[in-house]
Design a protein around this ligand. Sequence first.
Ligand code: ADP
Ligand code: MG
Length: 473
Amino acid sequence: MSVAPGRWWRPRSLRTQLLFWLVTLHLAAAALTAWFTFVAYGDLVHNALDEQMRLVADSYAGGDPPRSPRPLDGNAALVRGAFVVQIWSADGRTLRASSWPPLAVVPLQPQPGFGDARTDAPAPSRWRVFTAEAGPRADQPRVQVLQNEDYRRRRALRRALLEGLPIALLLPLALLILWLIVSAASRSLRAVARDVASQDERRPTELSLARVPDEIAPLVQAFNQLLSRVRSAFATQRRFVQDAAHELRTPMAAIGLQIENLRAHVPAGEATERFNQLEAGVTRAQHLIEQLLSLSRQDAPGRPLAPSREAVDIETLLRESVSQLMVLADARRVDIGFEGSIAPVVQAPAAELRSVFDNLIDNALRYAPEGGVVDVRLHEVDGHAVVDVLDNGPGIPGSSIGRVFDRFFRVPGAPAGGSGLGLAIARTAAERHGLRIELRNRDEAEEGGGPGLLARVHLPPAALAAPAPLTPG
Ligand SMILES: Nc1ncnc2c1ncn2[C@@H]1O[C@H](COP(=O)(O)OP(=O)(O)O)[C@@H](O)[C@H]1O
Ligand SMILES: [Mg+2]
């Protein structure tokens, strides 16, 4: 299932989404605060400094003749924002005195009061100007005070940046906290996902809500409810199969006995032939019932993993299995052979291991042609113990080989008589104890291999490590 990519403003990851919006919001807040401070504080500073300019001008204009202004240097005028005082002749043509003579380029303003001016010398700069009213006498000198406008702006700007700074400084901290919270949430989500992934589909257990955040709890709860519905559906189905198989077992056994008793009374000829078919049918039905029962037992919930784990000597087990199936081999005139070159031991209930090998050998004997050959080999491949069951039957067509482990699946055209349950039972039992079954057609599995199937059971790695128990014979 592919996941659609998110949009740039809403990425798929919650973490990225939160980080994106948080950073945006923080930067906007810092910028807004700075801008607001720049405007409000700038206004305040502007008014206050204007007022002082007026006071300075008044203090010079009062004297007659005006006292001469204290000299300034360029640094004070341009950088520290000192007031530059100019004394002009009454007609405004000549500058009589100035605290910073280079600023003579700003002439006496025609209108008294506040105004703005620009200069290119001694450096390009803007100036705030206050021009005092002319005195009562026509020949009285005029006073003008200037202050560097850039200095005022710089002050307001510095203040504005300082105000925005704490918000900008909080950003990394906010990001860290957010990161930690989201990480913790996604950790607990991953833990839930691990819980779900490790569930046994036949025995699902409820997920724990212990470390799940409130926002995710409803999902987990809904999942648990679904699980309990699935569980009860499973249980119903299993109970039905188990009951049905169980109920069928007794009458089938009775029919089998009756048939055995009848055999002596069957007249020779065509009747015997019919009778044999009837007997084979009953045997098949009994086999199917047993398989259904073992299937439903495999599915039983709360079944302990290994009811009776024991050290099973695989060689002995295989010999028993082969000799028990000899009846079938004889009936089909199949030549069955066993060879073992290693002595592995597997920790598992013997009955379950038997069901793995019995089903594979049974298949080989059933699907090999009349008079065919079946080999069972216990040997080592690449340092691992394996059991190979080989036959010279038709093999399994490539289109079906992936499905033969499914319950009730039979390759189309397979000879009548099977249920399609054998391999399903074998695989479940194998996986439960760390074994793996691999099916390959011999013409693909072996160099120059003939027709037939190779069923290979990989034993658990520990099988070769343990010393084999002493076996009689
Ligand atoms: N050794 C084999 N050779 C050819 N076909 C096989 C072999 N083993 C299994 N199959 C195919 O796989 C199917 C499933 O096998 P299984 O689960 O044992 O069910 P069943 O033997 O009852 O049909 C069989 O019906 C058969 O078509
Ligand atoms: Mg079978």
